[in-house]
Ligand binder design. Structure first.
Ligand SMILES: NC(=O)c1ccc[n+]([C@@H]2O[C@H](COP(=O)([O-])OP(=O)(O)OC[C@H]3O[C@@H](n4cnc5c(N)ncnc54)[C@H](O)[C@@H]3O)[C@@H](O)[C@H]2O)c1
Length: 413
């Protein structure tokens, strides 16, 4: 970073990725402008209330009151920044293919205000070529005439929301830029925030590595979900098998079964990979198969839970415990529990749910843990969810989280 440039960072998108990045940058001495086009979120953040679990209100309020952080909807503020990072969602469209609308909008939004010698980094997850084929052409087309040089890099975010150990600072960051000067500046930026930044030769390598990381998780989860069904059919406890296999000190990594995969990353990113494969005339058959297996899990879990209920009950009452896609967050994006509820209802069940971190879900509100039910499904074990009374009350429970093993009335996936 040149000494003349102000240490101002602009981050586009103040969500699960952008806001923790903002706070990590503040800790590292940067002044941060958080741009988000969702007015209510900007007002909430500037009011000192954090919309993400990993950032406390206290931490946010401290940054705001020191004058080193502010959220805004105003894109023109990025003109002050020497570094702009893009952290907007990269979802799927109706055909379950990459939808880069928000990413294009972000690039279009910053372009007229990018100052000369600014570094623009994409942290959003996408297929290889996104920086070079989408972001750079947009920024270069609409940047001010006096902006002769813009540096570009890709540094896909690896944050794991709700993780008490791994965060923006101690998770190594991959950095791949379009040329030597961009690489030098991007490395200097991430080295100022993270303990380690790993250099790769191109943005495409960084983009592909991110897809590989998340696809690795998807296929291993699918493998264990399939294996779980095979073990269950033979009366074998899959968790004991996983524990046994884990005693091998090399070449094995334990994954656990569950209701499926959820969140903005694991169910989505591998489909960026399958789409990219098709664009290049190939087929990621293994990944497609894993995706299908995971999509079948909610139906399997619904059937397993209903098989526990007395056949004489015409409309079984089912309580789902935990609807967020993983513990420690209130994030319900792509949660497989949604499909679980659909399958239960399709089979005639009366379904209610409880999640201490989710106030409203798909238009419905939670019930208390003492809701009278015939079976409970522990889908996501949220911190602070005390199930001891439920267990003592003798309610049948299907535990999809391997956290209640061995307790009376509890069956495990
Ligand atoms: N959430 C994760 O665990 C995680 C982890 C690693 C990588 N990622 C990737 O990071 C990216 C961001 O994900 P997220 O989870 O932070 O999303 P998010 O939905 O939590 O936050 C994104 C924010 O961007 C804002 N936004 C959308 N379009 C905008 C625009 N054009 N201009 C300004 N703001 C805009 C939204 O209002 C929202 O507040 C995605 O590509 C995702 O795949 C997410």
């Amino acid at each position: 970073m040149s000494a003349q440039q102000p240490q101002i960072l602009a981050i586009i998108g103040q969500g699960y990725v952008g806001l923790p990045l903002a706070m990590a940058a503040v800790d590292a001495g940067w002044s941060v402008i958080g741009v988000d086009n969702f007015e209510a979120k900007v007002a909430q953040i500037n009011g000192g209330s954090s919309p993400v679990e990993d950032i406390s209100d206290t931490q946010l309020q401290a940054a705001i009151s020191k004058g080193v952080y502010k959220a805004t909807t105003d894109y023109s503020t990025v003109a002050q920044a020497s570094v702009i990072t893009i952290c907007v969602p990269t979802p799927l469209d109706d055909k379950r293919e990459p939808d880069l609308t928000l990413l294009r909008n972000a690039a279009t939004g910053i372009a007229p205000f990018v100052s000369n010698k600014t570094l623009v980094v994409s942290e959003s997850t996408s297929y290889p070529g996104t920086l070079r084929e989408i972001i750079i052409p947009v920024v270069n087309s609409f940047k001010p005439v006096e902006t002769s040089v813009v540096y570009f890099a890709s540094a896909p975010e690896r944050v794991n929301p709700g993780d008490p150990v791994w965060n923006q600072k101690n998770t190594p960051r991959l950095v791949g830029a379009i040329d030597g000067e961009s690489q030098k500046r991007a490395l200097a930026f991430y080295e100022s925030i993270c303990d380690a930044a790993e250099s790769v030769s191109t943005p495409e390598v960084a983009e592909a590595a991110k897809l590989l990381e998340n696809t690795f998780r998807l296929v291993n989860i699918a493998l264990i979900n399939e294996f779980t069904q095979l073990c269950s059919a033979s009366g074998i406890n899959v968790h004991e098998v996983i524990d046994a296999a884990s005693s091998k000190p090399y070449g094995f990594m334990p994954f656990r079964p569950g209701v499926g995969v959820g969140g903005h990353c694991i169910p989505v990113d591998p489909l960026y990979l399958t789409w990219w494969a098709r664009q290049n005339g190939g087929k990621a058959a293994f990944v497609e198969s894993a995706d299908s297996i995971n999509h079948e899990m909610p139906k399997y879990v619904a059937e397993r839970a209903l098989s526990l209920v007395d056949k004489g009950i015409a409309k079984p009452k089912v309580l789902i415990l935990g609807v967020a896609y993983k513990p420690g967050v209130g994030d319900v994006r792509e949660t497989p529990v949604s499909e679980l509820r659909n399958h239960l209802k399709a089979q005639g069940a009366d379904v209610a749910w409880h999640d201490p971190l989710v106030p409203v879900w798909e238009g419905s509100t939670p019930v208390e843990l003492d809701w009278d039910c015939d079976v409970a499904i522990l889908a996501t074990k949220q911190p602070g969810m005390n199930l001891s009374q439920l267990i003592t009350s003798g309610v049948l429970i299907l535990d999809c989280t391997n956290s209640l093993t061995g307790q009376a009335g509890v069956s495990s996936l």
